[in-house]
Design a protein around this ligand. Structure first.
Ligand SMILES: Cc1ncc(COP(=O)(O)O)c(C=O)c1O
Length: 391
């Protein structure tokens, strides 16, 4: 029978407790999540989404999306190079290029597309691509699918990066995340940029989880002069609470992506109303620092209380707080018991993280109240003991 491996692999994944499942939410961002009636219709405290600043439901962002739809219609009507480019896109490109201190920017429908476009378009088979081992799947797949030779350095290890930079390549591109999506730790951007400079390599930063949040909202850009980052990519689907992404770089790089980037050219452009919503969100990021201050306070509260409770925390000072459990069965059972107590947390298993790296991925938001965090820590500590005893 044809394609027999599909069912076999699905069975194997289920038997290894690695099967993924979607849940039907009425709303999947904000302080609370609500499951659809077909689920259980319950409300949960949300410690799993990436809406770090609580902007996904902000009235100004929603109003901007609605006004954009009234003005431009629902969809863009075409690809950027045919009929799908208008004032909302142009204004957003200018705003993010300015934010990133780069000459120009291009918009993409997703961060996955943006990363794929950069790597597939700019690199040739004479080039060397050097990536942090823990980079996001979009970067790793982009690297595997591009023409260049790819090598990966040990996570955040400057000595190992230095060794890899000795390898030959006509052009060398080093890629790191600003804040790592599953660990929440930050890359030493300043030191990586210096190494790149010494080796005449370019640095690309994927700031999906830092943009709008760390460094006073400037993400990794706060660590270096903008020119040290040759290619800056970030998404609008995390702290900005909307969706889509951008790449900011020199005029030449952006023009090259516009001319040759297949992920940019052959796709319907971002709905203009979405660009309007992102612009509104970006203004809030700039004008309302209190959201970041609240987030910082909540992160510190969580870390302090989790440390007091003896939870195995990762080394993260950002909104992504992993509780490192190692064992898949314990992780799944604990997430389930937390759910029964009204908390929704991410249960992360291989292959998203390395084997032995299963964890709860707790995300803290400015929307949380102090009592939410205290209640979560108590519940994790209590349920962890029960789950371990039951194993
Ligand atoms: C580090 C990182 N880069 C890129 C992406 C992809 O962005 P998007 O969700 O916009 O496709 C994500 C998450 O989804 C991410 O965590």
């Amino acid at each position: 029978m044809a394609f027999e491996h599909l069912a076999d692999e699905l069975d194997a994944r289920r038997l290894a407790s690695l099967q993924r499942q979607r849940h039907l939410f009425v709303t999947g961002s904000g302080r609370y999540l609500a499951l659809d009636q077909e689920g259980d219709g319950q409300r949960y405290l949300n410690f799993a989404s990436n809406d770090y600043l609580g902007l996904a439901h902000h009235p100004k962002v929603i109003a901007a999306w609605k006004a954009g739809a009234d003005k431009y219609g629902c969809g863009s009507g075409g690809s950027f190079l045919i009929t799908g480019y208008n004032h909302a896109h142009a204004e957003l490109e200018e705003a993010v290029a300015d934010f990133a201190g780069q000459q120009s920017a291009l918009l993409f429908n997703s961060g996955f597309a943006a990363n794929s476009a950069v790597l597939a378009t700019l690199l040739t088979k004479e080039d060397l691509l050097i990536q942090d081992k823990l980079n996001h799947a979009s970067l790793i797949d982009g690297g595997l699918n591009c023409a260049a030779r790819m090598t990966r350095f040990k996570h955040n290890d400057l000595a190992n990066l230095g060794q890899r930079l000795q390898q030959s390549g006509r052009n060398k591109l080093v890629v790191t995340e600003g804040v790592f999506s599953m660990d929440g730790d930050t890359a030493p951007i300043h030191d990586i940029a210096s190494l790149c400079n010494q080796h005449d390599a370019w640095l690309m930063v994927d700031d999906a989880h830092a943009f709008g949040v760390t460094g006073n909202g400037r993400g990794s850009l706060a660590q270096v002069m903008p020119q040290a980052i040759r290619i800056y990519m970030a998404t609008f689907g995390k702290a900005l609470g909307v969706g889509g992404a951008f790449v900011a770089a020199s005029n030449t790089v952006i023009e090259y992506l516009k001319q040759f980037g297949r992920h940019y050219i052959y796709t319907t452009s971002m709905p203009p109303a979405q660009a309007c919503a992102v612009l509104a969100s970006l203004s809030l990021v700039k004008e309302e620092p209190w959201r970041r201050e609240l987030l910082e306070k909540n992160i510190m509260l969580f870390r302090q209380q989790a440390a007091d409770a003896g939870l195995p925390l990762g080394d993260s000072s950002t909104a992504i707080q992993p509780v490192l459990l190692g064992d898949v069965a314990i992780t799944m059972a604990l997430a389930e018991r937390l759910k029964e107590r009204g908390f929704w947390v991410g249960a992360i298993r291989p292959p998203t993280v390395p084997v032995g790296g299963a964890r709860l991925r707790i995300t803290i938001s400015a929307s949380h109240e102090a009592q939410d965090i205290a209640a979560l820590v108590t519940a994790i500590a209590e349920e962890y003991r029960v789950v371990v005893e039951q194993q």
